[in-house]
Design a protein around this ligand. Sequence first.
Ligand code: BTN
Length: 258
Amino acid sequence: MFGTPRHHYALIDSTNIRAKELALDGAAHGTLVTADFQTAGRGRFHRVWHSTRKDNILASFIVRPERDPSEWGGLPLLCGCAVAAAVAEVLARHGKRPMLKWPNDVLVEEKKVSGILVESGMGSAWPWAVLGIGINVNQTEFSGIFASTPTSLRQEIGGDQVPPIPVDGLLERLAKELNRLYSLWSESGNGPIITEWLSWSDFIGRSIRVQQEGQVLEGNVEGIQIDGSLCIRCADGSTVAVYAGDVTLRSTVEGRIA
Ligand code: BTN
């Protein structure tokens, strides 16, 4: 079961770092590491993940995938689906819906409410992955320079005008959704995960810019491929598969394919 056992820290460098240590020490599938505050929260592309103390979800789940490593590109996608499903109810009461941006940013009205960092080790006799999930739940002030404009669930539903959202209740919901989606992935692979991912996204047909080490690609999103990569069509008509990169959505009005 996802979330058992749970190791909680008032203060830690990063729940992903601790979860990786536990995974290498033989921790069981489903083990959860959480924290009230991280001093070195890790984001994608070596960015720092900032979160105010006790306001948000900072969680890393250890998994022991049994599927072929060629299919592990589905793990970030299934995490995005789990977060979207977990936060949808809170937002729906206020007429809002989470949207996924490839590979696994969770956005509300194009602002980022959650980030996911999946780290893995396939080489050992007992392969592991750490599903690192940060959800901005109650934080209402964000300072600094961000690649994507940050927001939180509470900020989206009324900010200081509404009571704080119970963080542990949402974490429980997240663990249930991860359990459901991970079972689906274990049984059937990436296909049904991609179908569910697409139901949380308006990404297909959008005009995007992808920043990768050393190059920038621009094009329209054609789809998500079975290995979890993104397929984009460039202006010269060629298609390119993107396995990693920082995606920026271009304007909704300009960006749609007619
Ligand atoms: C990103 O969008 O860049 C990914 C951010 C992932 C942040 C979470 S918070 C819990 C876990 N521990 C970390 O150090 N990082 C992930």
